[in-house]
Unconditional design. Structure first.
Length: 395
């Protein structure tokens, strides 16, 4: 980058001139976040924003231009993020395509797979989901039993996956299957599967929070071309571990939740004015808890920023992402619990009169957060990885 300030000025002008009015405020609901895909129904401004950013390659700013990315350096990408934040612009696209399977294919996919899938991910044309966990294979993921038997140029898949996030809204799945029953880790293969393939059935799973972001996926004689293997047949375990590092980095990044920071402070100022004229924020113990949370979040954000710089420079994430996943999810749970403490009895509402929409969402959000330390690998699994692969402790 010859002149960073010139690039910053050009970027700011282009963003300000190109961003529709409807993407200059934070999303109010999860449905306003653009995941792309064939099944997505988004507001016109959201679709326009995705289109103009994808045309410039800025949905995936550091990906190579030949695959639909922006080809920016890590410094240019950082400037882009900073200028979008100054203008309060929403990301044009999010999801497992950008954060997980896209980076994986860039590192481990064949040239054919890159050219087939990466540009469509960058343009937001395809939404991806993950087929890892099974009813009998959660933390012991290598115990999965979904079978893939070779038949000519295809595999024939039979089995079941569970906790498939947004499987009912996705177009493709990256899936782990068993291609050798005699070997545990060395009998797993990593495949790319079109969700519209005959034999794929998806059913929503309702959570304790009342939401249904997860599904279970049933596979009955589903035919997947052998060319959709990422890496080598029976070599899927190493591919799976590589992708899990991208996933854990993504999960940790999600829980920065800077909007929730302001939301928590606003709640403390107005809820139950039992401590003078300043609401519950006048409670010294409560102020201390909020301050500690803020300091912990700031340290976490700075650590994540260093990690993102390495990713933009083309370095794959390492085992340290388990630290991010562990800390980010537990930090989010602490925030949710503190919100309940601030709201007091008003956080007990589930439905009916006497509660605001925000209050009714507090308990649901808290209940949903209980799954944070399970999904993407439990906290216990992360601690094992940290002990062995980060700290080098003996078994």
């Amino acid at each position: 980058m010859a002149d960073p300030e010139a690039f910053r000025e050009q970027t700011r002008r282009w963003l300000d001139a190109s961003a529709p009015a409807g993407v200059r405020t934070p999303p109010k609901t999860p449905d306003e976040v653009c995941w792309g895909g064939r099944k997505g129904k988004y507001h016109e401004d959201v679709r326009r924003w995705l289109a103009v950013m994808a045309e410039r390659g800025w949905t995936a700013p550091t990906w190579p231009r030949e695959y639909g990315g922006g080809g920016l350096s890590k410094d240019e990408a950082r400037i882009l993020v900073e200028e979008m934040a100054k203008l309060k612009l929403r990301p044009p696209l999010t999801g497992f395509g950008l954060e997980m399977i896209g980076p994986l294919l860039l590192q481990a996919g064949s040239e054919e797979q890159k050219r087939e899938h990466i540009p469509r991910i960058a343009r937001g044309e395809i939404r991806w989901c993950q087929g890892y966990s099974e009813p009998g294979a959660g933390s012991d993921l290598a115990g999965l039993q979904t079978r893939a038997e070779r038949d000519g140029d295809d595999y024939v898949l039979n089995g079941q996956k569970v906790w498939t996030s947004y499987g009912d809204r996705s177009d493709w799945m990256f899936i782990l299957v068993r291609t050798d029953r005699a070997k545990k880790h060395a009998g797993i293969t990593f495949l790319l599967m079109d969700m519209d393939t005959p034999g794929v059935q998806v059913r929503p799973i309702k959570l304790i929070s009342g939401a249904s972001p997860f599904t279970e996926t049933f596979l009955t004689d589903v035919r997947v071309p052998r060319r959709n293997v990422v890496g080598q047949e029976h070599g899927g375990w190493n591919i799976a571990k590589m992708l899990l590092r991208f996933e854990r980095n993504m999960i940790a990044d999600v829980f920065k939740e800077r909007d929730d920071r302001k939301r928590l402070l606003d709640m403390a100022r107005r809820c139950l004015p039992a401590a003078g004229d300043h609401g519950r924020i006048g409670d010294a113990v409560l102020r201390d808890r909020i301050t500690q949370l803020e300091l912990d979040q700031l340290c976490f954000d700075l650590t994540l920023a260093r990690s993102r710089d390495r990713l933009r420079a083309g370095q794959p994430p390492g085992a340290e992402v388990s630290l991010f996943k562990l800390y980010g999810t537990e930090l989010n749970q602490r925030r949710r619990e503190l919100m309940l403490a601030v709201a007091g009895p008003q956080a007990l509402g589930w439905e009916g009169p006497g509660f605001t929409d925000e209050e009714l969402g507090l308990t649901r959000d808290w209940l949903r957060s209980r799954g944070n330390t399970i999904e993407g690998g439990t906290s216990e699994i992360q601690l094992n990885i940290i002990a062995k692969q980060v700290l080098g402790l003996p078994d």
